[in-house]
Write a protein of this length. Sequence first.
Length: 271
Amino acid sequence: MQHCAINENEFASFRRFIFDMAGITMSESKKALVSGRLAKRLQHHGLQTYDAYFKLLQSGQHANEVQLAVDLLTTNETYFFRESRHFDLLREAADNARSKLRAGSPFRVWSAACSSGEEPYSIAMVLADVLGNAPWEVVASDISTRVLERARIGHYPMERAKHVTQDYLKRFCLKGIREQAGTLLVDKALRQRVQFRQVNLNTDLPSDLGSYDVVFLRNVMIYFNGDTKREVVARVTSRIKSGGTFFIGHSESLHEINDTLSTVMPSVYRK
């Protein structure tokens, strides 16, 4: 079945939908992305217009479909050890904390918008290397259940691992052979150290999320408007322990968004 192209009103509806659901402000330039990513869902439901699909989402009878639409409109690509300086600083923070760690108070890191999992697994590699058997925990969250499923599996194209050292590849990853050639699988022991959970940063955070020594919230604020940024950053930083570290993306800034943290260097803050 042939469906028609998305029109301005339909695009406006989906922009409003993703802002209401996830706090994401979508620019005019994303029209092709929206139509491309949702086209298969129109086909799946035998619908000819994006407006008909929007009405289906609004009907209140398709919670799974609403989640699927959110997943399709919020997913972005990432890779291991992106913005590598942050991982050097994570290594230092973990090293400094090592002597004080006990079973009751592990070194905790939260990857707050983990996408398909490369960031939390990079964090886990550093902590496994620096802290070994000392207690540590990695919690990784995202709004998209679809990317969380992919992240739990830990199977990636090899080109995402260009910045992983040979030592880490040997210790923490399995190299795909035969039909899996050109891919890697994060080792099961490391996968089991990362707890993945669905969290919407645009609403109240789960009470059992706990507090953290280090929080990564990188390359997501670019999707939020000023008010949403302020609210999300306030929510997320409330979970950082005193003296803890907060990483944002290199192209992002907390200027006029938060004044409770001190700047260590661009994109790195301390509580």
